[in-house]
Design a protein around this ligand. Structure first.
Ligand SMILES: *Cc1c(COP(=O)(O)O)cnc(C)c1O
Length: 380
């Protein structure tokens, strides 16, 4: 019901420049709109194995207590995380997905008089979180396309943007949508070189997928770098995206400040018990990691064989350069019942982001693309 715009003049200034986040298209929506069935979604970096069985059991057992408020302090979950990560529980803040923690950190430390830094092609929520506070966003140019980490974070470029007004630097390791990652030595040197008035939010949403030996265990740096905040999530490897639960590990005083801004019951009771149980399901993690490694190879080889350039990825998705506008490919794939993610809103109109699915789902995508490409060649 549009009509004359009565409320924009009343909204906070930061809000006016915001564009809503566009999530991956849900399967049910595609099937409603196109009248098709048996669609698959490879668009939101969800774990195709589904949730850990231990989490499902924990949820069933907790259903009887739904009349009660959740534990606002998330005592059991925080203590389980603390043991698992070998950190003090006072360093942990839980969030309604790690997305909430990104905004909480922004709300806590940014004002219109301050600045935040992130990289071009970094996870979009950084831009949204900064903008909502009215702070100034300083966006560092990314690595060039033929860099070994194409379109990834250029830490030197980011460092050059630091000023006395900087309060926050966002780093995604690995980054979504580029799949790029940063090694321990360069990341450590970057954080160590920042002045003490700058906090670093290191977003490790895909940390559990990274197999390489050079993966920095940033939690071991917390004592040395009190300005470091690490965020992680149960949405990706732990396959609980629908429940919304993530966490931050930081200096206890930072955690205490975040706790003032946080809503008292931000993580619901089912999410708390499911996350707690998922932590102990080592088999699920191992199966997910293995399936992902195979799927990355399958997708990279299959897409490469179509003549498309695929960036190396440390996550559970690939960014592929379609060599021209990607939107038509996205739409044609929708008609075959395969949902991938266009990334024009990231400034990447010639790329698609494709989540690793089950082997047969990956094959369905690849064979749909092979047919579409063959059809196009015939028309030409
Ligand atoms: C998916 C994702 C997140 C967080 O997801 P939540 O479901 O809110 O925990 C955070 N950062 C990046 C880079 C992501 O891709």
């Amino acid at each position: 019901m549009p009509g004359p715009d009565r409320f924009s003049a009343l909204a906070a200034e930061g809000v006016l420049g915001l564009q809503p986040y566009v999530p991956g298209k849900p399967v049910a929506e595609l099937e409603r709109e196109y009248g098709i069935r048996d669609s698959i979604k490879l668009a939101s970096n969800e774990n195709p194995l589904g949730p850990p069985p231990a989490s499902i059991r924990a949820i069933s057992e907790a259903l009887d207590d739904l009349a009660l408020y959740p534990d606002g302090a998330a005592f059991e979950l925080k203590n389980a995380l603390a043991r698992r990560l070998a950190v003090d529980p006072v360093r942990i803040t839980v969030g309604n997905g790690s997305n909430e923690l990104l905004s909480l950190v922004a709300e806590t430390f940014l004002t219109p008089a301050t600045e935040a830094i992130y990289s071009q092609f970094a996870f979009l929520i950084y831009a949204l979180s900064v903008q909502a506070t009215g702070a100034v966003a300083r966006v560092a140019a990314a690595n060039v396309a033929d860099h070994p980490q194409p379109l990834g974070h250029d830490l030197d470029a980011m460092r050059k943007l630091v000023t006395p007004a900087t309060r926050l630097v966002f780093i995604a390791n690995p980054n979504n949508p580029t799949g790029t990652w940063l090694g321990a030595a360069e990341l450590r040197a970057f954080i160590g070189g920042l002045p003490s008035h700058v906090l670093v939010l290191l977003d490790e949403a895909y940390g559990e997928y990274v197999a390489g030996a050079d993966w920095p265990d940033a939690l071991r740096w917390l004592d040395e770098f009190p300005n470091l905040i690490v965020t992680r999530t149960f949405s990706k490897m732990y396959a609980l995206a629908g429940l919304r639960v993530g966490y931050a590990i930081s200096h206890p005083q930072v955690a205490e400040l975040l706790n003032r801004v946080r809503q008292p019951f931000n993580v619901n009771s089912l999410a708390q018990v499911a996350a707690r149980a998922a932590l102990d399901d080592a088999g699920h993690v191992m199966r997910s990691r293995q399936l992902n490694a195979q799927g990355l190879t399958q997708l990279s080889e299959g897409l490469g064989a179509l003549g498309w350039r695929v960036s190396p990825s440390a996550g559970n998705f690939v960014l592929v350069d379609t060599g021209g506008p990607a939107q038509p490919w996205y739409e044609k794939l929708l008609r075959t019942g395969v949902i991938v993610r266009p990334v024009a809103n990231y400034g990447l109109p010639d790329h698609l982001r494709i989540t690793v699915g089950l082997p047969e789902q990956n094959e369905r995508l690849l064979s749909a693309l092979r047919s579409l490409r063959a059809g196009k060649a015939e028309q030409a």
